[in-house]
Design a protein around this ligand. Structure first.
Ligand SMILES: [Zn+2]
Length: 373
């Protein structure tokens, strides 16, 4: 989903990574916090202010990871796989690999993050109280962490996409009405309202308060939230329309095949170029052995093409990614994107019964959607 990310590590199979934009926020946070602490506590040494800022900023960063882990671990427990947690300029995001299947799962996955932030706020405020008897910088750092985690929890409970509260709101409407679509529409509307409200606050900052930079910044966040909210809605509409379309509806029953002992050069000359097709199943008589594509051919030198048989460079059937005719279109598209596949064979009881290529899929899906609209 994001480029230019730094991998921090793995936790229970979840990739934890930082987007370059987060480093900007981290630097800004360090600078403003150190300056703020020096102003407010003039008796502190420079070192005390700096170390307190560093400790607080790093713990804040860990708090955001904990919030996202809250979503992720509940998601995994409820059968929704999570590939990564990415920290970026506006906070963190857990990349869930699919949508929840029911309102209850959706509710608990969405609410888990703010619950973690609330608990952290409580823990930090207790620690701050304890430390105040002992050493002021530690108490101040914990106090700030308690406040910021409380703000993260409350802000995220605003009932509009893409905030957690939007997903909670969606789950509640979904549960009450029994209609997933109504839940999405309510949460998108909530998201729009939040974005327009924030936009108004930005405008007010610029025109009334005279805080130009702050106003622009708020309007930028509003615009970002609005885009995310609309994106959520469109994504749901697409998923909804794809529902009911199966791999068998998208497959071409004519499976392109090449005899296993054909040389690569013959195959390219006589089949690839005339048919304008980049991949073929490799067959020995009626038995399918594997799949060969132009990218396999490109892995060996052109001089070797005449004496290399296609079966020598093919991907054998056992390791070939294939799908079942009943696989849904959404899952099929995800699989093709994830593994960067241009074509995929449809297999039933060990037999190849159909052929799907990317262009055909997109063409057929748009036809199906035109008929449904
Ligand atoms: Zn969250």
């Amino acid at each position: 989903m994001f480029k230019s990310v730094l991998l921090l590590g793995h936790f229970r199979g979840i990739r934890i990574e930082v987007h370059a934009s987060w480093l900007i926020i981290f630097a800004l946070l360090m600078i403003t916090m150190t300056a703020g602490l020096q102003r407010e506590y003039p008796d502190w040494t420079m070192m005390e202010a700096l170390v307190t800022s560093l400790f607080t900023a790093l713990t804040f960063f860990a708090s955001i990871v904990a919030h996202e882990l809250g979503h992720s671990l509940v998601a995994i427990k409820r059968g929704v796989p999570v590939s990564a947690i990415t920290l970026f300029i506006f906070g963190g995001i857990a990349q869930l690999n699919k949508d929840s299947e029911n309102a209850t799962d959706e509710f608990w996955i969405a609410v888990a993050g703010p619950i973690v932030s609330f608990v952290l706020a409580l823990v930090f405020s207790v620690l701050s109280g304890v430390a105040s008897q002992w050493y002021e910088p530690v108490a101040v750092g914990f106090g700030w962490l308690a406040m910021i985690n409380m703000m993260v929890a409350l802000f995220n409970l605003i009932p509009g996409f893409p905030l957690d509260g939007g997903r909670v709101f969606r789950a509640v409407v979904w549960k009450v009405t029994g209609d997933a679509g109504k839940g999405v529409r309510a949460a998108v509307a909530g998201g729009r309202l939040v974005a327009y409200g924030l936009f108004g606050v930005g405008l007010w900052n610029i025109l009334v308060v005279g805080n130009f930079l702050g106003g622009i910044w708020i309007m930028l966040i509003a615009w970002f939230l609005l885009n995310m909210a609309e994106g959520h809605g469109q994504n749901f509409n697409l998923q909804n329309r794809l529902a009911g379309i199966r791999a068998r509806d998208l497959a071409d029953p004519h499976v392109p095949a090449v005899e296993s002992h054909t040389s690569v050069s013959e195959w390219v000359q006589n089949q690839v170029l005339p048919a304008g097709q980049r991949a073929f199943m490799v067959a020995s008589g009626h038995r399918m052995l594997g799949l060969v594509s132009l990218s396999d051919a490109r892995k060996i030198h052109r001089d070797q093409w005449p004496e290399t048989r296609v079966e020598e460079i093919m991907t054998p059937l056992e390791t070939l990614i294939h799908i079942d005719p009943d696989t849904g279109a959404a899952e099929l598209l995800q699989l093709m994107t994830e593994h960067n596949l241009n074509q995929i064979p449809v297999m039933e009881n060990g037999r190849v019964t159909g052929w799907i290529d990317r262009e055909r899929v997109l063409r057929t899906i748009s036809l199906h959607m035109e008929l449904k609209a």
